[in-house]
Design a binder for this molecule. Structure first.
Ligand code: ZN
Length: 164
């Protein structure tokens, strides 16, 4: 079955039992999660989230990029979140290449110039998470009261470990 049909079939089941049409847009638990897009990670499950609980911002690597920061600023100032959790993971694909290698691949295989694109690849997930937490703490677009903590999710055990 094509993926789109699988999605629509699953959505039909979801909507048939749907009872959360009255949720408010501001996250009820007043926090945001920044995490990797890796298919093995399900923030709703590993962090116990339900619809309406939290903002989940995902990208390759769970990196606090300019765009992730944009979302956090909106999350805090317009929708009331008070803290963020940055959650990387073991075995992250972002540790397996460099930005220059990916730029070369795009040049070789697609004739594309990605020289101005920052892919935010990193050699060490712990350092990346720590850097992202620091980026939130240091941002002058978020108040000092906006807290940030970092974790690494272990894809083998499902466990979160805090990054000091
Ligand atoms: Zn990843």
């Amino acid at each position: 079955m094509p993926a789109v049909d699988e999605i629509l079939e699953a959505n039909e089941r979801y909507a048939a039992g749907f009872s959360k049409g009255d949720l408010a847009a501001p996250p009820a638990r007043r926090f945001a999660v920044v995490t990797c897009m890796d298919a093995r990670l399900d923030p709703a499950k590993y962090a116990g989230l339900s619809e309406g609980d939290a903002h989940v911002i995902r990208n390759a690597g769970g990196v606090v990029t300019d765009d992730a920061l944009r979302s956090l600023v909106i999350s805090h100032w317009l929708l009331g979140t008070q803290e963020a959790f940055v959650i990387g993971h073991t075995g992250c694909g972002m540790e397996t290449f460099t930005d220059d290698q990916l730029r070369q691949k795009l040049a070789d295989e697609a004739g594309a110039d990605a020289s101005r694109v920052d892919f935010h690849a990193f050699p060490d997930v712990h350092a990346s998470v720590a850097g992202s937490v620091a980026r939130i703490r240091d941002s002058d677009l978020l108040p000092d009261s906006f807290a940030a903590r970092g974790f690494v999710y272990d894809v083998r055990t499902g466990r979160l470990e805090e990054v000091a």
